[in-house]
Design a protein. Structure first.
Length: 240
């Protein structure tokens, strides 16, 4: 991949600041409600791709799931371990090189990570994402649920893919993999406008930070998409 992208730099070297940002996200608690609608999490065996600093991991654990998570950045996983302790099994690994055991999970979930492949792997993005989604799907036991969570825009009032590359990726999930999309707000609520400007500028850049300043609010609108599909109880599920 050559030189690290902006987000790769953050994930490798600024995990604590990233965790501060995402800790202010989803102030109304919409994501756990969306997860509960599509999957039975209590007692579930969950495989999580892209643990990050544990924002989705925490929700899975709090709902009663047993989590095995994979994260390529040691710094990000270290923060997750610091905040969640030994409540989950965290493994430093590039999920593209991990073989997941068949029928080993009731839930396979990737939160805000595969979309980066559109930038990191250029024209190869579809093949790289397909390989990971296929691994996740094949890890599911009968009636298990595949879940992918991605952005539908930050600092905007209407849910939509932020760019053409992500729009193509979302169509791929829906048209090739047959995933169903759910949309909901996951607004950030910061302690102050100054805290909002610092975190938003750090991750999203100065242009969005200036929009937040102009709005004059410590609450920053955001939209999230959750794509999901359940593996049939009987028979062989057709893969794309």
């Amino acid at each position: 991949m050559g030189v690290m992208s902006h987000f790769q730099q953050i994930y490798a070297h600024d995990a604590e600041r990233y965790h501060t940002l995402v800790s202010a996200e989803d102030a109304a608690g919409e994501l756990p409600r969306a997860l509960a609608k599509v999957a039975a999490l209590h007692g579930a065996r969950a495989i999580e791709v892209g643990v990050g600093t544990g924002r989705v991991t925490r929700l899975l654990l709090d709902a009663g799931a047993r989590v095995t998570g994979y994260e390529a950045s040691p710094a990000m996983l270290a923060v997750a371990r610091k905040t969640l302790g030994d409540r989950f099994e965290g493994i430093v690994a590039d999920i593209r090189a991990v073989e997941l055991a068949a029928k080993s999970a009731d839930v396979a979930i990737a939160g805000w990570c595969l979309g980066h492949f559109c930038e990191w792997y250029g024209e190869r993005w579809q093949g790289e994402i397909d390989g990971v989604v296929r691994r996740m799907w094949e890890s599911l036991d009968a009636n298990g649920t595949l879940i992918i969570i991605e952005t539908l825009g930050t600092g905007v009032e209407v849910a939509a893919p932020p760019n053409a590359e992500l729009a193509a990726y979302y169509r791929f999930l829906e048209e090739t993999w047959g995933l169903t999309r759910e949309e909901f707000p996951t607004d950030y609520a910061f302690a102050s406008l100054e805290a909002a400007l610092e975190s938003i500028g750090f991750f999203f850049g100065p242009e969005l930070a200036e929009q937040v300043r102009a709005r004059g609010s410590a609450r920053v609108p955001e939209w999230t998409g959750l794509w999901w599909r359940r593996r049939p109880v009987a028979g062989v599920a057709a893969l794309p």
